[in-house]
Design a protein around this ligand. Structure first.
Ligand SMILES: *Cc1c(COP(=O)(O)O)cnc(C)c1O
Length: 356
């Protein structure tokens, strides 16, 4: 049976990515070797990382003066690398979910952290508005898409200090105004590649301004100097990332990716809002994520939630169980998910409603 993969991460990859990765596991770039067993310093792999880096810059329209890095340690490692490299005295953060609050916790090890606002009391069901960055902050950090709660900041905020953003779960779904940023990072396992690599995009002249010593591996300048090859990078995830990037470029880049993402999200939110049985957990349409759609059953149908998950799995729908801190359902509509899968889910919701 055809599967419809709504997992939140690791998550669906394009068929193009999977097929080319599978082929390279058997024979990489006609070397007669598997991509799993070649030196990261071979000319064939150097060509992979060079093209992948160039495509990230091209597709995300990154201007001169920024470096693109391929790092291990996941997005969670960036929660400490960012303050290690950028926080001298004080930084501002907004608390919009678990990942944002994990980033805040790490930053506090390095200096004063001004939390401009938090929606924790409301279980992160909205994006706080009307806040202000504190005087003397060196940067403002935010999480553009709150993967667990289904909220998203889709417009680059305007603040009087340089910005840093965790875009792990919505990178490649919109244009970025690079003039506002000194760093953007993203774990690859939501919209790019299998788990194991994180991209960090850094403004070169923003580095080197903190007073502390930085351990070699945690200093962005180490990796910039060595083109992400100071130590062995995650070879296979980078190879897969290149396939996804080629696929994104063929599709037409950000404009087309965003158009598809908006269309898929509209289809599902529409079905939720017009349903007798389901309701969205994020009520303000301006805050709703186009990547992770969170919904629950209305109180009078609550006991049917488990049955709905089983009903879906009979139709090949996988990965829609909500995160334990929200409950209900979460459908992740990452770039690689075809609109047909959303149609199948919407059909299932209607049929289930009809059945009851
Ligand atoms: C998944 C996720 C993370 C954590 O990524 P790891 O690579 O597992 O450390 C951080 N931030 C956001 C927004 C995420 O979606």
């Amino acid at each position: 049976m055809k599967k419809h993969n709504f997992y939140a991460g690791p998550s669906i990859l394009s068929e193009y990515t999977i097929k080319n990765t599978a082929e390279a596991i058997l024979n990489f770039a006609d070397t007669g070797l598997s991509v799993l067993e070649v030196s990261h310093r071979s000319k064939e792999f150097q060509a992979v990382i060079d093209e992948a880096t160039a495509l990230v810059k091209e597709i995300l329209e990154i201007p001169e003066g920024f470096s693109v890095l391929w790092l291990g340690g996941g997005a969670s490692m960036q929660f400490c690398m960012i303050p290690y490299n950028f926080l001298n005295h004080k930084a501002s953060y907004i608390d919009t979910g678990t990942w944002a609050s994990n980033a805040i916790k790490e930053a506090r090890l390095f200096g004063e952290v001004d939390v401009v606002a938090s929606s924790k009391e409301a279980n992160y069901t909205f994006i706080p508005k009307g806040w202000k960055v504190a005087e003397g902050s060196e940067y403002f950090h935010y999480t553009s898409n709150n993967t667990i709660y289904g909220t998203e900041i889709r417009v680059d905020p305007s603040v009087p200090v340089p910005m840093i953003c965790d875009m792990s779960s919505d990178i490649f779904s919109r244009h970025i105004d690079w003039s506002k940023y000194i760093a953007v990072y993203a774990g690859a396992q939501k919209n790019l590649a299998p788990a194991g690599v994180t991209i960090a995009i850094l403004r070169d002249d923003a580095l080197g301004h903190v007073d502390r010593q930085i351990p070699t591996m945690l200093d962005y300048r180490t990796h910039i100097k060595k083109g992400s090859m100071f130590n062995t990078p995650p070879v296979l995830p980078i190879f897969s990332a290149l396939q996804t990037l080629r696929y994104y470029k063929q599709l037409g880049g950000l404009n087309e990716l965003e158009r598809r993402d908006l269309e898929k999200a509209a289809l599902l939110y529409d079905a939720i809002d017009n349903s007798r049985m389901f309701e969205g957990t994020v009520t303000d349409p301006a805050d709703r994520s186009i990547m992770n759609v969170c919904f629950v059953m209305k109180p009078e149908y609550k006991e049917l939630e488990k049955e709905f998950v089983d009903f879906c799995s009979e139709r090949g729908i996988v990965g829609i169980k909500g995160h334990r801190s929200v409950g209900g359902f979460r459908a992740s509509l990452y770039n690689a998910l075809p609109i047909e899968s959303v149609q199948v889910l919407v059909e299932a919701m209607k049929d289930f409603e009809y059945k009851h």
